[in-house]
Design a protein around this ligand. Sequence first.
Ligand code: GLU
Length: 320
Amino acid sequence: MPDPAPRTRLAPSPTGALHLGNARTFLVNWALARKRGWRILLRVEDLDTPRTREGAAEQAIDDLRYLGLDWDEGPAYQSPLLGTEGPYAAALRRLRDAGHTYPCPATRRDLEAASAPHEGDPHELRYPNLWRPPAPPLPAGVPLAERLIVPPGGVAFVDAVAGPRAFDVGGTVGDFLLWTKAGLPSYQLAVVVDDARQGVTHVVRGNDLLPSTSRQVLLYQRLGLGPPPAWFHLPLVRGEDGRRLAKRHGDTRLASYREAGVPGERVVALLARWSGMPAELAGEAMTAAAFAHAFELRDLPADDVTFTREDHAWLTDAAT
Ligand code: GLU
């Protein structure tokens, strides 16, 4: 069989404004696609409804355009596909019918009482498979989530940037959520269903999602979806305190630089330096097309980069 046409996706979550760290990942994703001839789909991941903010999808699209990025298809939104006839519900039924899932009434409090944070991510609790069959009868009239039965052992994959990896899904997160009590697909399920049905062959994203990749590989297997995409997990941008770039590091939102009159090309020039290009090449301003032309994946620094006060001053200097 011929290889499927290569295709990637830009997948912003409209839960907040894109910051400089997101911007670097999107720029590298776009540049790889344009250099290597992958089609680009813009997919807005708007299922995380409690956290999704009004107007944030439009803002994310404006932010991508501000950087000079474009796409061949989309925007495609996830939320219209909710509902029993949609692809997420169909995938859940398939897993359920094959005996890979079970309903779970556990509350957050039950989980906190029974679990310990795991080493990889102190914010994530390992679900101790409380309701994995054989389990006591389900309580009546309580909302139910649905979980995947996770086999023991590591789930391996080879990442084009991070190298060969394997995460012990069962040992770190346990039987993870497929469907929430609120009746929504989990991120893990939705992303796999969409990548598969949209023919995504190349996934480029931040390396904070490396552990999730093993969960997604497992779902590809359980759903019989064929080989998963090629993975490219990029190092992150951190603040001077070493923590992942976030609100606490001041206003690093693209929208703020845009509103302050900083040209998008100035931001791209900073991202170019963060992507391993010499300062002379990145210059004072760089178009996304020039970035794509000069970018080489092998030059991308293997370590996380630090956003400094000087970087902020250099960016805003251009606006005055
Ligand atoms: N929408 C996710 C995010 O913004 C990306 C998920 C993915 O690339 O798989 O973090």
